[in-house]
Design a protein around this ligand. Structure first.
Ligand code: B12
Length: 278
């Protein structure tokens, strides 16, 4: 665990161990993992530093090709694969990512619940506000808040150590960092649900202080990401359409143009992309 934590830290990631049974106890049947209660699971969280320490260097690697439809997912997956090389071979270690789906199209892992039971980040749900000001019919998605980074982080996935039991692991409750008032929790949930695009929910934390935030460059890149995702998945807001290679080409082009404009150093990316993608 110490080695894993060290590796993760160098990449701008954090790791938080928990027992699969703690997670299974919270979620509905459909989301449970059919594993022994004490099975070791480790949540992987990205901090604002991940962008510079891991993602930009990954984009510059020789091995990066346009076949990887989602570079960020591919980047985290590669980092976990690399780190897993140090694990004893007798355990079957699987990395389940936030974007992985079950055949039912539901997410394979609910990373916010995993964040809560591992003690990494408190998961605020509508039930954390009493009484609730919203009607039961209106959706109000929950949001996790990290004690150091507020909302300036992401929950990337979980390493599952099949066959490795950790009976001695002690549950560490997450830090309740939006504890000051009911109004603060309402503000947090409403900002996350109604105006997440302005990043405001990420600063709703007791005392209003966070240790680090995404840089302007990181924000802009992730924004391009979302635009790209929409262009890939949505056809004028109507029916989902098939993803074509020209969609992917278009989106990667905009990402690369942006990098090239911002930083001459990153323009090396040009050299590792096939020319027809530029
Ligand atoms: C599908 C999805 C969406 C959908 C639907 C949202 C939703 N929450 O359902 C849409 C497209 C709308 C969406 C949008 C966004 N999303 Co989104 N999304 C997801 C995704 C992939 C799955 C969420 C899901 O379907 N949950 C299923 C429901 C049923 O889970 P649930 O409500 O938590 O219910 C469970 C808990 O209540 C638990 N439970 C029951 N009792 C108890 C008690 C306790 C104490 C606990 C802990 C748990 C617990 O059991 C229930 C299940 O049985 C997650 C990643 C992931 N794999 O988890 C990201 C995720 C939630 N999204 C995220 C973000 C940031 C966004 C956006 C801001 C866009 C963006 N990426 O920048 C917007 C903001 C929301 C909005 N205003 O629209 C982040 C949230 C980070 C955070 N700080 O919490 C996540 C975690 C992705 C990530 N990698 O970090 N998203």
């Amino acid at each position: 665990m110490t080695r894993l934590r060290g590796d993760a830290g160098r990449m701008g990631l954090e790791v938080h161990p928990y027992k699969m049974g703690w997670y299974n106890a919270k979620v509905e049947e459909a989301f449970r993992f059919p594993l022994h209660h004490d099975t070791l699971a480790v949540l992987v969280v990205s901090t604002p530093a991940m962008f510079e320490k891991l993602f930009l260097p990954f984009l510059m690697e020789e091995s990066f090709t346009t076949e990887k439809v989602d570079p960020l997912d591919a980047c985290i997956r590669a980092a976990m694969k690399d780190t897993s090389k140090h694990f004893p071979t007798e355990y079957k270690v699987e990395f389940v990512q936030d974007s992985d789906l079950l055949p039912s199209r539901r997410p394979r892992i609910l990373v916010q619940t995993a964040g809560h039971v591992s003690g990494a980040a408190y998961y605020y749900q509508r039930t954390d506000v009493d009484p609730q000001p919203w009607s039961q019919e209106s959706p109000m998605y929950g949001v996790s808040v990290h004690p150091k980074y507020g909302g300036w982080f992401a929950l990337r996935g979980v390493l599952i150590f099949n066959g490795l039991l950790a009976p001695g692991l002690v549950e560490k409750p997450p830090i309740d960092c939006v504890s000051s008032s009911r109004d603060q929790r309402i503000k947090l949930l409403e900002k996350f649900n109604y105006s997440w695009q302005d990043y405001g929910y990420r600063d709703v934390v007791d005392g209003g202080h966070v240790e680090d935030r995404y840089s302007e460059r990181q924000k802009r890149t992730f924004q391009l990401y979302r635009e790209r995702d929409l262009s890939l998945c949505v056809n004028g807001g109507q029916e989902p359409k098939m993803v074509t290679s020209s969609d992917i080409q278009l989106s990667l082009n905009s990402l690369l143009t942006y990098f090239n404009l911002l930083s001459p150093a990153v323009s090396q990316i040009r050299t590792v992309y096939p020319l027809n993608f530029l």
